[in-house]
Design a protein around this ligand. Structure first.
Ligand code: PEP
Ligand code: MN
Length: 338
């Protein structure tokens, strides 16, 4: 059960609410987010919601069951739209493309990509400077200096940036140069990182882990939400299955099913989802038709010479097709009502 407290609830009203919950043998947690204060009350006995809802200092009360509550769809009529900065939104009826290289490599590469995105009306550029590579001998990213360069060029073109964070110690130094924090598949159950990002006033894109169930993904999102940050975007990026013909198995089922389970926006990363450049566009379009609220796609001016993930990165000609056709497919999605 989610009990939303009025912002001006008195100590006395709060005490009587807690006293009531205790009497009903309910456990409770107080959650203070950047938007509101909630009590998450868990218990076995059935409680008359009207009784709680009419207590002084209670703004609203919702019946929600299960291991995640605040990210659940059960207490929201509509799916959420998340403010990303600079009046940009993502969520229901607010589709966003996030395109850019796997890794930030140099000024020239970033300038080429930013000017391309600006020209084609894309507002968010992706790029990693701290790379979680499988081998410690692979390119690890340009680090903080690379991020500063990336951010300042992106701003010249009025673009927002999304970049991956690997651990909570990086938050303070990255904060001034980051618009959206990306939590990668390898970190999606790093609870100390998730808790720390709960305290940050910037949106977080949380990727699904390689062997993570949707319920586990939603519980990870609940960590961020319950530590204060309601601005969370979920990302399906493919899971590990028995199939070895492609890098990962993009789970398109996750899109409609997640959108029933949670009010948070769901985006799809088809690049890591299949890991084969010539098929990325097909999966990107399929993801839009399946209801995705956005796409995170790797692009590179010269994929053949990219320092990471070139084999799955679109070149700019392919990226142009993606931008053009995404609009058409979104329109079609609206028309046929899916
Ligand atoms: C990435 O987006 O470049 C990345 C490392 O993704 P993932 O965490 O999904 O592997
Ligand atoms: Mn990558």
């Amino acid at each position: 059960m989610i009990i939303q407290l009025a912002s001006d609830i008195s100590e006395k009203s709060k005490e009587s609410l807690i006293h009531f919950l205790r009497n009903e043998q309910y456990q409770w947690n107080e959650i203070r987010t950047q938007k509101a204060t909630y009590l998450i009350a868990l218990g076995k006995k059935e409680i008359d919601l009207r009784k709680v809802g009419t207590m002084p200092g209670v703004e609203d009360v919702f019946f929600v069951e299960g291991p995640y509550q605040l990210v659940s769809r059960a207490w929201k009529v509509h799916r959420s739209t998340i403010p990303l900065g600079r009046d940009l939104l993502i969520g229901e009826h607010q589709f966003q493309l996030m395109l850019g290289p796997c890794s930030v490599e140099n000024e020239q590469q970033i300038r080429t990509i930013c000017s391309f995105l600006k020209k084609h009306g894309v507002s968010i550029v992706r790029g990693g400077v701290f790379k979680p590579r499988s081998s410690p001998y692979s390119f690890q990213g340009l680090g903080l200096e690379g991020l500063q360069m990336f951010y300042s060029i992106a701003r010249e073109y009025h673009l927002l940036i999304i970049t991956e964070i690997l651990n909570e110690k990086q938050i303070d130094s990255m904060l001034p140069y980051t618009d959206i924090f990306q939590v990668g598949a390898r970190n999606s159950q790093n609870f100390s990182l998730l808790n720390a990002l709960g305290e940050v006033k910037k949106p977080v894109l949380l990727k699904r882990g390689m062997s993570m169930s949707l319920e586990e993904l939603l519980q990870s999102a609940e960590y961020i939400f319950s530590h204060g940050n309601e601005n969370i975007i979920l990302c399906e990026r493919g899971i590990r299955t028995f199939e070895s013909a492609y890098r990962n198995t993009l789970d398109l089922n996750a899109i409609p099913v997640l959108q029933e389970k949670t009010h948070l926006p769901v985006v799809v990363d088809p690049s890591h989802g299949i890991g084969i450049r010539r098929h990325v566009l097909k999966l990107a379009y399929s993801a839009i038709l399946a209801g995705a609220d956005g796409l995170l796609v790797e692009i590179h001016p010269e994929p053949e010479s990219a320092l990471s993930d070139g084999f799955q990165s679109l070149n700019l000609w392919e990226a142009e097709r993606l931008i053009k056709h995404s609009k058409k497919i979104l329109h079609l999605r609206g028309k046929i009502g899916i």
